[in-house]
Design a protein around this ligand. Structure first.
Ligand code: B4P
Length: 182
């Protein structure tokens, strides 16, 4: 089966960092809904204007918006892919499932990056993005716990979930991921 991967984990776990490395190594399309939204914001599109205030509060942008961004790119893609930061809730997972059935592109592996809140918070404060202030980070962690983390059980039940400890160095985590994806 083609490499069709999904990276799951709390904000700041290093999904984007690791996704870039794995996509380079395995020649996969990297689809980060966070990056796509930030591009819309910096280009000042209508969608970006809607997304900006939501992202600055650390909340989730609407399911329709993120799904349409993903659908457009997956429909025209011929190689493997890595979804980074999508889905973020059970409804998005359901919409993704329908889309992937339509495209006949099943997910091969869901990789969970596990890491404690203190390390995450330190990393995001050091990154210093607009949505990396302490109060916004607290909100993002709460949303992850309440809304995103049920996806762990969802993909576990489907038998495609693998976990990796995300608290080591970038290289350590990358090696663990490569081991888990064999
Ligand atoms: P994302 O862009 O997905 O950002 P993230 O979860 O904060 O970061 P990630 O886990 O990728 O961490 P990174 O590698 O950067 O989301 C931002 C916002 O977009 C959301 O809050 C939401 O509003 C919106 N959004 C996105 N997708 C959505 C969806 N599907 N539905 C609705 N809304 C959506 O790493 C973090 C920092 O740690 C970096 O500075 C990095 O250099 C550092 N780092 C990484 N690995 C490290 C390591 N091993 N050691 C030390 N530092 C490390």
């Amino acid at each position: 089966m083609k490499n069709r991967l999904l990276f799951l984990g709390p904000p700041g776990a290093g999904k984007g960092t690791q996704a870039k490395l794995i996509c380079q190594e395995k020649s996969l399309l990297h689809l980060s809904t966070g990056d796509l939204l930030r591009e819309e914001v910096s280009s000042g599109t209508d969608l970006g204007k809607i997304a900006e205030s939501i992202m600055n509060k650390g909340e989730l942008v609407s399911d329709e918006i993120v799904l349409s961004m993903v659908e457009k790119r997956l429909s025209s893609n011929k190689k493997g892919w890595l979804l980074d930061g999508f889905p973020r809730n059970l409804p998005q997972a359901g919409l993704l499932q329908e889309l992937l059935e339509k495209l006949d592109q099943p997910i091969k592996t869901v990789l969970l990056l596990e890491i404690d809140d203190d390390t995450l918070t330190k990393r995001m404060i050091a990154r210093g993005r607009k949505d990396d202030t302490e109060s916004v980070i607290r909100n993002r962690l709460k949303i992850y716990r309440d809304i995103t983390s049920p996806l762990v059980h969802h993909y576990e039940k489907l038998g495609i979930l693998k976990s990796v400890n995300g608290s080591g160095t970038v290289e350590d985590v990358n090696n663990q991921i490569k081991g888990a994806l064999i």
